[in-house]
Design a binder for this molecule. Structure first.
Ligand code: FAD
Length: 311
């Protein structure tokens, strides 16, 4: 490839060629590949009507033997002035950055997802403020007839220990009653359509619809903040429905940034953070921490079980 491509007969190309006369275009110095293998999107279904699709990634073109992880170490090397190093050293540097929470190099990679999810999931998701979002407009367009219904075994009982959570499946009769309740809520959709047809503004007609209705958005976020999203939303404390999206998101990202995802698993997702009280209990060989807070004690007991400290 030369530094300046020849102008084509197309007027857009001519304008671009004019602009490029002033700009130094440096070609890739090695063969590059498209990390998404030429695909327009990589999509995974989530529940009956939802999906998450990866529609773009930056960088998308990388050297043939590399992944987008390369952009992380490239940024770090700029700040440390270390020059180009071998692939194994790249992996070591990536893992060092993750261990020591040097976060900005991970912001050099970006992911853009197209997601269809129930509104109650979107409300949790939107709290992650560092992303750029563009959502389907229920003022401009008619909402589609898509509602989330859990499978019967996913109709969960209120947790006795976690006020925000559900745990094992509730008895079959109550689960059936719950699904009938959803049927009645969803039946409002035909009235929504009628009211639209009678001329009620779409921005008002929609407000009687339930939050298990689906919405869609484009969600663009840098790697550092996507990882933060995953650590919160793949956690056992997150609601099962958003966890399913987060797990699918992980699967879409892994082939793009395999080294980062491995480091993230090793140093964040499957690591255990200890408090000062917990460190003191281990040092003193005590089974309990020096605290009267029941919740804190229970958290410590869960950590001890996870670490295999209790028989
Ligand atoms: C299990 C669970 C239960 C939850 N329950 C509730 C609840 O009951 N009620 C409720 O309201 N929320 C709840 N949340 C939402 C939670 O409090 C956070 O708002 C959400 O998880 C987003 O986290 P975040 O702020 O770290 O993410 P982001 O908004 O993506 O922010 C990432 C980081 O960027 C920085 N940042 C972002 N915006 C700013 C800013 N404007 N100024 C300075 N720094 C900024 C901060 O360091 C922040 O930690 C819950 C979340 C979880 C996972």
């Amino acid at each position: 490839m030369t530094e300046h491509s020849a102008p084509s007969p197309n007027s857009h190309d001519n304008k671009q060629a004019d602009a490029l006369k002033e700009i130094r275009c440096v070609p890739f110095d090695v063969p590059v590949i498209d990390l998404m293998r030429g695909a327009a999107r990589w999509e995974l279904p989530v529940h009956e009507h939802g999906f998450i699709a990866l529609v773009d990634v930056m960088p998308r073109l990388v050297a043939a033997d590399q992944s987008a992880d390369q952009a992380v170490v490239q940024a770090a090397r700029l700040s440390y002035g270390l020059g180009t190093k071998s692939l194994s050293e790249d992996r070591g540097l990536n893992r060092y950055l993750m261990r020591h929470r040097h976060t900005t190099p991970f912001e050099m990679v970006e992911f853009k997802f197209h997601v269809a999810m129930p509104i109650f999931v979107a409300r949790q998701w939107i709290r992650h403020r560092t992303a750029n979002v563009n959502e389907y407009s229920g003022r401009y367009s008619v909402m589609q007839d898509r509602f989330y219904r859990p499978t019967i075994d996913m109709v969960r009982k209120q947790s006795a220990t976690n006020r925000q959570g559900g745990e094992e499946a509730i008895d079959a009769a109550t689960a059936e009653q719950f699904l009938a309740y959803l049927d009645r809520a969803e039946s409002l959709y035909s009235e929504y359509i009628q009211l639209n047809e009678k001329g009620v503004a779409r921005e008002l007609a929609r407000i009687g619809l339930p939050v298990n209705l689906y919405t869609e958005w484009y969600w663009k976020c840098d790697l550092h903040n996507v990882l933060r999203f995953l650590s919160l939303r793949m956690d056992a404390h997150a609601q099962a429905e958003i966890r399913d999206y987060a797990t699918a998101m992980w699967r879409l990202m892994e082939p793009i940034v395999p080294i980062t995802m491995e480091a993230f698993r090793d140093y964040e997702m499957e690591s255990v953070r200890l408090t000062r009280l917990e460190v003191e209990a281990i040092r003193a060989g005590r089974a309990q921490i020096d605290s009267t807070n029941k919740r804190e004690q229970a958290e410590w007991e869960a950590k001890r079980r996870g670490l295999g400290l209790d028989p």
